[in-house]
Design a protein around this ligand. Sequence first.
Ligand code: NAD
Length: 144
Amino acid sequence: MRVALTGAAGFLGSHLADRLIQEGHEVIGLDNFVTGDEANIAHLLDSGAFRLIRQDVSTYIDIPESLDYVLHFASPASPNPASPFGYPNLPIQTLKAGALGTLNTLGLAKALGATATRLVPVRYTTKPNVLLKRSQWHICAFIT
Ligand SMILES: NC(=O)c1ccc[n+]([C@@H]2O[C@H](COP(=O)([O-])OP(=O)(O)OC[C@H]3O[C@@H](n4cnc5c(N)ncnc54)[C@H](O)[C@@H]3O)[C@@H](O)[C@H]2O)c1
């Protein structure tokens, strides 16, 4: 299978890329490195089964070849308000990766007839600026 994986240089994305490649699949990783680290994927770059596209997924994505899956894992993810890389300090980037990134990855999947999955932790509360405990998170995977 050929898989487009956004957030490939992140924690989840890089481990998923490792696993997919171990299982014989081809991975096209997309990342803009806003929170990711090139060291997470350095070992994959010469594998022949991994290609990197440096791109912000909130912009139009064009991959002119066939794809079986589009997996959207790109987003600032740390809830730590003290971290400059946490989403409390990257609200616009987080919103754009979630909204526009989902739109663009779904558009890519639709154009190429691929299956798309978005992993989304939904942390909702009636009190603004209150971070929920991990046990209160609700994790949804949208599959289309
Ligand atoms: N780590 C967890 O325990 C966990 C649990 C549930 C859900 N999630 C969700 O899974 C996703 C990945 O989490 P993670 O822990 O791997 O985070 P991470 O910060 O390690 O990785 C996210 C990757 O996405 C990239 N990225 C962010 N915005 C981008 C954009 N606009 N365009 C291209 N690349 C962009 C970052 O550079 C980074 O490499 C996030 O949506 C996160 O909320 C994570």
